[in-house]
Design a protein around this ligand. Sequence first.
Ligand code: NAG
Ligand code: NAG
Ligand code: NAG
Length: 475
Amino acid sequence: MGNSTAFFFVSLNIFSLLVLFSSFNNGDAAVDRNLVAAQTHDFHIIKVNSLLPDSVCDSSSQGRKLPTSSSLKVVHRHGPCHNRHKTESPQSPSQILTRDNSRVDSINSRISAKSVENTLTSTRSVTLPAKSGLSLGTGNYIVTVGLGSPKKDLSLVFDTGSSLTWTQCEPCGGYCYNQHDPIFDPSDSTSYTNISCKAVKCKQLKPSACRGANCIYGVQYGDNSFTVGYLAKDKLTLSPTEIINDFYFGCGQNNQGLFGQVAGIIGLDRNKFSVFSQASKKYGKVFSYCLPSRSSGSGYLTFGKSVVSNSTQYIPLANLKGFYSINIIGIYVRGQKLAINPTVFSTYGSIIDSGTVITRFPSEAYTTLRDAFRKQMSAYPVANPTKVLDTCYDFSSYTGVTVPKISIEFGGNKIIDLGITGILYVVSLSQVCLAFSTNTGVTNLTIYGNVQQKTMQVVYDVAGGRLGFGPNGCA
Ligand SMILES: *[C@@H]1O[C@H](CO)[C@@H](O)[C@H](O)[C@H]1NC(C)=O
Ligand SMILES: *[C@@H]1O[C@H](CO)[C@@H](O)[C@H](O)[C@H]1NC(C)=O
Ligand SMILES: *[C@@H]1O[C@H](CO)[C@@H](O)[C@H](O)[C@H]1NC(C)=O
């Protein structure tokens, strides 16, 4: 490694963390809506074997037409539709929950104003200040985009909690982890440009630093994963007809941590450098997505207006430090509103997040929900709690079960009924858990997670100051 590249060698020992990728079998918490045998007014009646994940990619779901020409197909990172190196084992439902906690911690530290300034140091002259917890670690859903001319396809995790999009870049001056796609090589792209250190864009990027004439970005994640490299711009291809020229992104030279084998992250938060902000010139301030019910299915991410169902319910949407902030008012179990004072949710605020798996409620709200749920589930044998989930059942000796319906009331008095996929998280048939959890700190905010968003078309209409939940967005 010559002098020119040594700069990127950040001396953090994260290899011990990589060992955490041990070999577990594929699994997912999804439940197939199609196999829901019947429904009564108050209960979901489900076949227990419909709770098991599929081990093969659902080709009918893969072949489904995307809503618009600016739509990308969304697949689960640990499901059978995502191509991986044979060496990478998908994470188990239980490993996914462990990562989920570190994301929640990062969100809370980014929300609290007094987050510590960490220093992302390099062995050479440049020091890059990085706010601890500024970014969140990766989420669980993948899209494939094209970068450069001619375009090279890259699988990226999409994340409504991240700003700058980045991908690993040749010559990998510090370190590149194994990824499934070939690593992006700027010297093969005729439209690639390094951003100068003097450019306004470099000054707008926080944190940034200079190395010679080049603008350097750095992102450090809550779990000590990080990426450092050149701020660059190139052509971003969403589909053959949809191209964003001059797309700013991080060309990562030193990338270390628990990124699995994805090529990087596509940032969709409200900040300036996110793809949402950069695409808004072309598509307006609106995007939508649908997360599939099963890890073997596929959904979509659409930039710009999409066709929405006329029964889409809209709730007010605000900005909370770059996150998408919503109001939660109450919770219903079997159609009965639980006795929870709405100020329990509003005092520290609520956000919706694509990357958090399990919804986190303030402890008072969670306990009330859990107790009401347990009361309805008292006929079933209890199973051990796991990670953040403390209400689990053993369904292994049943063919069918009845589970009480849960609905969430949002600002604007809109009540969203959750499908069974939004209520249960399946570790195995002998450990099926209530898919909600509690905050660890009283001042922590409410996070509406992705399990509760599955199959709905979630519309981020920032221009209209509203968020929509549409039924039957994807299967
Ligand atoms: C970008 O900067 C790096 C480091 O100085 C340099 O090696 C590379 O050739 C530059 N790329 C372009 C297209 O200017
Ligand atoms: C929604 O659209 C469907 C089909 O176009 C129509 O049958 C239905 O009446 C509409 N519902 C509402 C509430 O407008
Ligand atoms: C969240 O809760 C944890 C644990 O109590 C606490 O350490 C942290 O400061 C809280 N974060 C915020 C932003 O309130």
